[in-house]
Design a protein around this ligand. Structure first.
Ligand SMILES: NC(=O)c1ccc[n+]([C@@H]2O[C@H](COP(=O)([O-])OP(=O)(O)OC[C@H]3O[C@@H](n4cnc5c(N)ncnc54)[C@H](OP(=O)(O)O)[C@@H]3O)[C@@H](O)[C@H]2O)c1
Length: 259
């Protein structure tokens, strides 16, 4: 399918690996020029080169912490008026909620709620003026199905989800959409890190923990970053202009509700 976005520009935050990188790749395959981002410059440059080679699109790597004002400024300096913004960031680590002091709480909320909102504030008016904009926030299935130990992640992302729900309706008439993608369990470094931590805690081999987790998913497997990226690219396409303010679960059927 031609997504109709060839020649558009996108900022994809936190995209040197994992789900962010998969979104960047899928947009590049659709002919979108990219700004990609991560803190580790070597890994980021490798991913930029890999996308350039595979697709021939223009890729600008911006090594920066997206949660900081300076990091956001660096991203926008590379592309002042993007047509597409993919908000992504690291997630707070597993922690008993009683261990979260004020600083940890504020930093989690900054990462997963304040940062995407600040970036949306910076780009949305120019999208509206041009009559095209696509914003996708990568959140988590924990927005709908919170997990003890990831309370800060669930709370901050639920806050973002509610915050942008009103904003999305205000911009729908300008062909600017804002949607959330809610990953369940995807085979990335982050998921492998969670299994490694569980293995350390329980003494069970990582492979056994992973197999048990996959067996509990109705699809009987983890999601692949590539399928996540393709869904993101579709939401950014011309065909998705009537989809806004939605939160789309990609979880292999793990969420048990009909709605
Ligand atoms: N994978 C899953 O199953 C799953 C499920 C639910 C939710 N999620 C959420 O989805 C998001 C992406 O997850 P993932 O699995 O793709 O993680 P990942 O494989 O660990 O990749 C994270 C990416 O974000 C970059 N990054 C992290 N912190 C950053 C920062 N402050 N500034 C700029 N870049 C930053 C990392 O590069 P650097 O480290 O070099 O900065 C890396 O490129 C996370 O918020 C995660 O919590 C994932």
């Amino acid at each position: 399918m031609d997504l109709g976005i060839r020649g558009r520009t996108a900022i994809v935050c936190a995209s040197s690996q994992g789900l962010g990188l998969a979104c960047a790749r899928a947009l590049a395959e659709a002919g979108v020029s990219l700004v990609i981002n991560g803190r580790n410059r070597a890994a980021l440059d490798r991913s930029a080169e890999e996308i350039r080679r595979a697709t021939g699109v223009h890729v600008t790597p911006v090594a920066a912490d997206v949660s900081t004002v300076e990091g956001q400024e660096a991203l926008l300096a590379a592309c002042r008026t993007p047509d597409i913004l993919i908000n992504n960031n690291g997630g707070p680590p597993y922690r008993d909620f009683r261990e979260l002091d004020r600083q940890a709480l504020l930093s989690g909320v900054t990462m997963n709620m304040v940062t995407p909102i600040e970036l949306i504030q910076r780009v949305i008016d120019s999208m509206a003026k041009r009559g095209f904009g696509r914003i996708v926030n990568i959140t988590s299935s924990s927005v709908k199905m919170p997990l003890a130990g990831l309370d800060l992640s669930s709370g901050a992302r639920a806050g973002l989800t509610a915050f942008v729900a009103g904003v999305a309706r205000n911009f729908a008439g300008k062909n600017v959409t804002i949607n959330g993608l809610l990953p369940g369990s995807f085979d990335t470094q982050r998921l492998r890190g969670i299994f490694a931590a569980a293995s350390k805690k329980t003494g069970k081999p990582e492979s056994e923990i992973a197999a048990q987790a996959a067996a509990e998913i109705p699809a009987k497997r983890f999601g692949t970053p590539a399928e996540f990226g393709q869904t993101c690219a579709f939401l950014c396409s011309v065909h998705a202009s009537y989809i806004t303010g939605q939160n789309i679960l990609l979880d292999g059927g793990a969420y048990p509700g009909a709605f």
